[in-house]
Design a protein around this ligand. Sequence first.
Ligand SMILES: Cc1cc2nc3c(=O)[nH]c(=O)nc-3n(C[C@H](O)[C@H](O)[C@H](O)COP(=O)(O)OP(=O)(O)OC[C@H]3O[C@@H](n4cnc5c(N)ncnc54)[C@H](O)[C@@H]3O)c2cc1C
Length: 336
Amino acid sequence: MQNIKQNISLKPYNTFGMNVKATRFLTINSAKELQTLISTEKGPYFILGGGSNMLLTQDVAALVLKNEIKERKIIRDFKHSVYVAAGGGEDWHQFVLWCIKNGLGGIENLSLIPGTLGAAPIQNIGAYGVELKDVFHALEAVNLKTGKLEQFKKEDCQFAYRESVFKRKLKGKYFITRVILKLSKSPKVNVSYGAIKNTLAEMKVKTPTIKEVSKAVIKIRSSKLPDPAKIGNSGSFFKNPELSAGAFKKLQKAYPQIPNYPLPDGRVKVPAGWLIEQAGWKGKRIGDAGCHAKQALVLVNHKNAKGKDILKLSEKIQASVKKKFGVALSREVNVF
Ligand SMILES: Cc1cc2nc3c(=O)[nH]c(=O)nc-3n(C[C@H](O)[C@H](O)[C@H](O)COP(=O)(O)OP(=O)(O)OC[C@H]3O[C@@H](n4cnc5c(N)ncnc54)[C@H](O)[C@@H]3O)c2cc1C
């Protein structure tokens, strides 16, 4: 393939700003282009979207495939709902704004999440009481071994909290080229999250539209989360642990003030950020690898940290949370 670039820095392509090299790098503009590549170039491949959920700890020897597949199209139009198809390389937030402009509701609470459409199903992105799975209909993906374009329905994706089959059994096996969402033409807004309610009240909005909910979410996120353009990060580094009722009761006895969110299946979710903060890590740094001062769940690259420095810091945090609370934190970010 003549368009393959050699030895390029991935620094502009990952939000942690890790300056690692890709031996070979190729942008993919269509499913067809990818299928042609697979028929001529055997892997291994490394799929890159917006690079906002990865920590690169070393140079990448596999052929990097940067998803640039663009499309935004209403493919089925009903009285109250539509099916919208989007290319895997579309920017998620720009897509959300486009939907809002077209009066299509369902993803306004997911405003300002960085990254691409194609990566959104990988960890079933979520924020402020909404997850991708709530509006997901189907996706198309190219099997990287056979080159075949396959369709996955919602039930095939095995969505769970920041999880899907593409993070487990099918990890690295499929390149998601197209995502189809079912959105509402007469949307009911979801303002169940306290922070959204309070921000809308500050904005003096009584009966919010999807546009106003999006604005409120953008306001909250901008005040709370570090902007990767200013300080390298990948959003939440860890997942919020989901504990059995028994394990949670024990913990609550020792720490009565522990925040908690009971889940429908009887387990209890506790905020990883609170555990990390109580373990004394909020605002701490080891060299240029740091735990953010406003949001302990976010690890940051103050300037020249290497991927390995961030990884080491994350392991220290995991060990100290385990020691203090007996809770194992698992990573949300993909480490390479
Ligand atoms: C400031 C900040 C805030 C964030 N807030 C949230 C949040 O509120 N909620 C949330 O859920 N996430 C959040 N994230 C994480 C991130 O935005 C999402 O996980 C996003 O979906 C990642 O998209 P990406 O295109 O950047 O993926 P990348 O980082 O490029 O890739 C992530 C993984 O998916 C694989 N992959 C990427 N594209 C494809 C594809 N087309 N097919 C197959 N595999 C693929 C990659 O190989 C990699 O393993 C945040 C990140 C940042 C930096």
